[in-house]
Design a protein around this ligand. Structure first.
Ligand code: FES
Length: 122
């Protein structure tokens, strides 16, 4: 797939462990995405809280809260379901993270740009 963009090696993310950030543009603005592993599968989202549009990870790559069941925004504690990005509690109520399509292939993880999330500026 010519549009796929390499994020990292598949074994760089483990269930409930640190996520990997990657640069992109969202609606034409510089932003980051992140990928985490949950239940053996990779899930990626735009790194932008549904409460206030800022990045979720205070410490780089820390997206899971302590139970490892939810993704959490470090600023005011919004929690999100890892599989869907749906808000599960906190000030993000009714909101959700913007998903980004990812594929795992040949021991690597790639993301796929769409109409909104596009490759980072060169
Ligand atoms: S900015 Fe994420 S919970 Fe407030």
């Amino acid at each position: 797939m010519p549009d796929d963009i390499l994020i990292c090696a598949a074994d760089a993310i483990v269930d409930g462990g640190k996520g990997v950030r990657f640069a992109l543009t969202a609606g034409g603005e510089d932003a980051t995405g992140f990928v985490v592993r949950h239940g053996g599968k990779a899930f990626a989202y735009l790194n932008r809280c549904a409460h206030v549009p800022i990045e979720l990870d205070w410490n780089e790559g820390d997206f899971f809260e302590s139970s490892k069941l939810y993704l959490m925004c470090s600023t005011h504690g919004a929690i999100y379901v890892p599989e869907t990005g749906q808000c599960a509690g906190g000030p993000c109520r009714g909101g959700r993270l913007r998903p980004i399509a990812v594929v795992e292939r040949d021991q690597n993880i790639y993301w796929q740009p769409d109409d909104y999330v596009r490759p980072a500026r060169a």
